[in-house]
Design a protein around this ligand. Structure first.
Ligand SMILES: *Cc1c(COP(=O)(O)O)cnc(C)c1O
Length: 370
């Protein structure tokens, strides 16, 4: 426990800088409380909750300017459950995975251990780097991308390279990074990162080709447990429902956040512009300090939503402990990466002024630790 006190005038308005779960705005919590009895503890098959689901789905279509024919699916279980659903219901025979950190590796493992699929192709880059896409005409039927590798702070530039479906885990990216959904067939994400909600649900924006794949596999002989049945997810989502009971609070919080993003910034490009301002402040600050440097050397790959900064000659554990003692929390590096590093969530709910306050706090702590 650190007894270092950061002067109050340096502190951010909100001390939560985690990369997931990430801060939930007070306004979103107030919205949830004001809806209170009209949605919480009521049937998810009746209008009040279904209206929330419908508004969430419409908000996502608007924010991502989804092409004609794309649909928004909502399903129970976060991205981790969705990997299994994809292994059952989206990958036909063989997938290709771009692995550059912990989260991308987990989906690859799910595909590799499924006995009904062929051995997946793994295209790997060392942590801090990113793999380039490789076309495999007729060789694979799905490319598995991670839009933002949350464990390392590396973002990807998503694009189609062949006819295979493009499946993108956008759990930490969605709503903060640019994307052209015409290049993507399934853009899926949990809601506790960029959408400032709670965990437990996945939103997936899917193309007509993806729906066709889902329906074709569902009609085949493959065994699919009911919980992972994506054809059922399509059917229920079209009715603004989920197969089993959803986390209603998560739906309300995410619906509020997507509407707030549209109201504040107009469209995704507007949100991304604000992300660039925050990221450029943070990376610029790190580059200007002799004791800090951005972990990701490729400037174009530096994430606009999860910033990783290596410390040199200063113990990140001590800095994090001092920050935590002052209410500035969750800036620890991803455990398994094992670096002397700060990892900072810059999600849309985090204002630029708080990112500026954060760097001022770190300056103060480092100086005080001397
Ligand atoms: C957090 C995260 C996940 C896991 O999400 P859960 O909701 O915990 O299943 C998957 N992928 C990425 C890129 C993440 O950041």
């Amino acid at each position: 426990m650190s007894d270092l006190t950061i002067p109050a005038h340096l502190l951010p308005s909100d001390g939560r800088f985690g990369c997931g779960p990430s801060r939930v705005s007070d306004a979103a919590v107030a919205e949830l409380a004001s809806l209170g009895r009209s949605v919480l503890g009521t049937s998810h098959r009746q209008a009040p909750v279904r209206d929330q689901v419908r508004s969430l789905r419409e908000g996502m279509l608007a924010l991502f300017a989804a092409p004609q024919g794309y649909e928004v699916l909502v399903t129970v279980g976060g991205a981790t459950a969705f990997w299994d659903a994809a292994v059952y219901g989206l990958i036909d025979q063989r997938s290709q995975h771009y692995v550059f950190g912990e989260f991308s590796a987990k989906f690859a493992t799910a595909a590799r251990t499924a006995p009904w699929l062929a051995e997946p192709v793994i295209v790997e880059a060392a942590p801090g780097g990113r793999p380039e896409p490789i076309a495999v005409p007729d060789g694979v039927d799905a490319h598995a991308w991670t839009h933002n590798e949350t464990s390392t702070g590396v973002m990807q530039d998503i694009r189609r390279v062949d006819d295979a479906l493009v499946l993108v885990d956008a759990t930490s990216a969605a709503g903060g990074l640019p994307v052209d959904l015409a290049q993507v067939d399934v853009y899926y994400f949990s809601l506790q990162k960029g959408f400032a909600a709670d965990g437990g649900l996945t939103v997936a924006i899917v193309s007509p080709r993806a729906i066709e794949r889902i329906e074709r596999i569902a009609a085949s002989q493959r065994y699919v447990p009911a919980f992972f049945d994506l054809a059922g997810v399509v059917e229920n989502s079209r009715k603004d429902q989920t197969y089993n009971t959803p986390a209603v609070a998560t739906i309300v919080l995410a619906r509020f956040q997507v509407e707030a993003m549209l109201a504040q910034h107009g469209d995704l490009a507007g949100v991304v512009a604000a992300q660039r301002a925050k990221a450029s402040h943070l990376y610029g600050w790190a580059e200007a300090r002799p004791w800090a440097q951005p972990f990701v050397t490729d400037v174009d790959a530096r994430s606009l939503v999860v910033a990783t900064v290596d410390l040199v000659g200063v113990e990140a554990d001590e800095v994090n402990a001092a920050l935590r003692a002052n209410g500035v929390v969750d800036t620890e590096s991803y455990r398994k990466l094992g670096r002397n590093q700060l990892r900072v969530g810059l999600f849309p709910a985090v204002p630029l002024a708080d990112v500026e306050a954060f760097t001022a706090c770190v300056d103060h702590v480092v100086e005080a630790l001397g």
